[in-house]
Design a protein around this ligand. Structure first.
Ligand SMILES: NC(=O)n1nc(-c2ccco2)nc1N
Length: 324
């Protein structure tokens, strides 16, 4: 038989494994009822032995009391906005600028192509594999400390799923609200005579700006990572796509539509395929983000004052708000 410590450790590891299978691989191995049973078993054990509770336990997602306000956080690396393209011609001009600038021009030029999630950009820090801090993008230099709210988002792990975590890792990505949860939230607001949200992006922003984490915890928010910021004590892969795969391997959710495209023709095919898929995704996107995949080339191209030279957001034409 196992002692209490071993029982608690085994339950935590089991819950973390099933959270990974469900939220990151979309491949649950047990029914939700079984997950809930294990969760409440751990909750009960921790209730009986509160001295064994740790902040990174799967039971510790909802902070106790509301905050009086949000502290400010200065990003060690600025969170830059993206330059936009609104036509194939503008995208091709972006590619030509890159080709003219690169000393050695690889053939083909490989892009990592991603849906442009329409939510809120956030930065999440893991120190020795444990979630320690999270902030909004803010103005790109300074954001708000929303750590307690970020901890309530079920697909964000409180601990990285690796025995050899980096000393410090910054994960950047988008918090958004899928349509199904958005519609349910607005229906309930209507029933209770409360204000409704105009769109899922506003609902996500409003939910992350709640001073009471209990309210945020009840909101159907989802996180998808799209880049690595600070990384210390780990040798990262040499391409952006491989870095996203690495994030997935340590328990961080990444959007399933991300793919590599060799050359601008394939990139434009990706853009059109995402435009076709858009109404079926179940969450809002406002275009695509197309990034030079090789990190060395990204470094060579650098940033224009506000935006990276190596990435562009190719947006869809503004959609009539009436059609939702
Ligand atoms: N919003 C969104 O989905 N983004 N935003 C970036 C980004 C912003 C700066 C560098 O990369 N990438 C994706 N997929």
């Amino acid at each position: 038989i196992m002692d209490i410590n071993q029982q608690i450790k085994q339950l935590r590891d089991t819950l973390r494994y099933h959270e990974y299978q469900y939220h990151v691989l979309d491949d649950p191995k047990i029914p939700d009822a079984e997950y809930d049973r294990l969760f409440h078993q751990l909750k009960a054990l921790e209730q009986q032995h509160p001295e064994l509770i740790t902040a990174d336990s799967p039971t510790q997602r909802v902070g106790a009391k509301p905050l009086a306000g949000f502290a400010q956080i200065t990003h060690e690396l600025p969170m830059l906005s993206l330059d936009n393209a609104f036509s194939d011609e503008e995208f091709n001009a972006f590619v030509k600028r890159i080709q003219d600038r690169l000393i050695v021009l690889p053939q083909p030029l490989t892009f990592c192509c991603e849906p442009k999630l329409d939510g809120l950009a956030v930065s999440i820090f893991y120190v020795n594999g444990v979630l320690t801090q999270a902030a909004t993008r803010g103005d790109g230099t300074t954001g708000e400390d929303i750590t307690l709210n970020i901890r309530t988002i079920r697909n964000i792990p409180l601990q990285l799923l690796t025995d050899n975590p980096p000393a410090r890792l910054e994960v950047r990505g988008e918090v958004f609200m899928p349509h199904e949860g958005f519609n349910r939230l607005n229906e309930r607001a209507l029933e209770h005579g409360e204000k409704t949200f105009a769109n899922p992006r506003n609902a996500a922003a409003g939910s992350l700006r709640q001073l009471d984490p209990k309210i945020t915890s009840r909101r159907p928010l989802v996180f998808n990572a799209y880049s690595v910021g600070i990384a210390e004590g780990v040798e990262l892969p040499a391409t952006h796509y491989e870095r996203l795969q690495w994030l997935k391997s340590v328990g961080i959710p990444v959007n399933s539509e991300v793919q590599l495209c060799d050359g601008s023709e394939k990139v434009l095919e990706f853009y059109r395929s995402m435009q076709q898929k858009r109404p079926t995704l179940g969450y809002d996107i406002d275009g695509t983000v197309l990034k030079i995949n090789d990190i060395g080339l990204q470094r060579e191209l650098g940033f224009i004052s506000k935006a990276p030279r190596w990435a562009i957001a190719y947006k869809f034409p503004a959609q009539e708000e009436l059609t939702r």
